[in-house]
Ligand binder design. Structure first.
Ligand code: 13P
Length: 251
């Protein structure tokens, strides 16, 4: 049985004190009302070690939003997978469309990052998704299929077992414009088919999350689809009440 997951991506929001306050509030909310899914928060690097202490021995998992494509050394300003792991984090988001678009992360770079993250014992939340022009041209499957193949298809079965996928149509991120539950299901089924073609039965076990303007008001509808295993949440992960509302969509 594959895992249901609701993961938050804080992006470049909240200072350290605000981040600790949000994690503390979420911890209390989930202690009072246990979730029916795995819950993960992915925070800026500087929050990780402190938030790791807050969420220790709770149901809340912790992840980074990125890691370096180099193991260690003279790469000023970068943070390695080993450094992420040493904070107590268990996850890392890789391949987010904002990293691809604004920081030039190519399939090759992402392959390096995925390998390093897995080698350091992190689970990878790997993001894929098409931009609006690609969807309007009916090319979304082609684009997403290539993103999967170009960065993940050289992994071994053992490595792939630590991958979580997140389908995030770029046109739905932070725009308030969500994919319909049907659009999400169609793409998730396509993704699962691609994974089955390369990794066989592992396709049934890989969690595929939807991301893009997910809110308490639409999460239940989207999560009700058979190939949607949860969400990767941006804006709505910054308020405990909203994030908890999405987690509760699994109830
Ligand atoms: P929003 O939920 O703000 O649209 O962001 C989605 C996202 O990019 C999560 O990684």
């Amino acid at each position: 049985m594959r895992k249901k997951i609701v993961a938050g991506n804080w992006k470049m929001n909240l200072n350290l004190q605000e981040g600790v306050a949000l994690a503390t509030e979420l911890k209390a909310a989930l202690a009072a009302d246990k979730p029916n899914c795995d819950v993960v928060i992915c925070t800026p690097f500087i929050h990780l070690a402190t938030v790791a202490d807050v969420v220790k021995n709770t149901v809340i998992g912790l992840g980074a939003e990125n890691c370096a494509d180099k193991e260690k050394g003279a790469y000023t300003g970068e943070v390695s997978a080993a450094q992420v792991k040493s904070t107590g984090a268990q996850y890392v988001i890789l391949g987010h469309s904002e990293r691809r678009a604004y920081y030039g992360e190519t399939a090759e770079i992402l392959k390096e990052k995925v390998n390093l993250a897995l080698a350091n014992g992190l689970k990878v939340i790997f993001c894929i998704g098409e931009v609006l022009e690609e969807r309007e041209a009916g090319k979304q499957n082609e684009v997403v299929g290539a993103q999967l193949a170009d960065s993940l298809f050289d992994l071994t079965d053992e490595q792939f077992a630590n991958i979580i996928l997140a389908y995030e149509p770029v046109w739905a991120i932070g725009t308030g414009k969500t994919a319909t539950a049907e659009q999400a299901q169609d793409m998730h089924a396509f993704i699962r088919g691609c994974i089955a073609g390369r990794f066989g039965d592992a396709a049934e076990n890989v969690s595929i999350l939807y991301g893009g303007s997910c809110k308490p008001s639409n999460a239940k509808d989207i999560f009700s689809k058979p190939d949607v295993d949860g969400g990767l949440i941006g804006g709505a992960a910054l308020k405990c009440e909203d994030f908890k509302g999405i987690i509760d969509a699994w109830k």
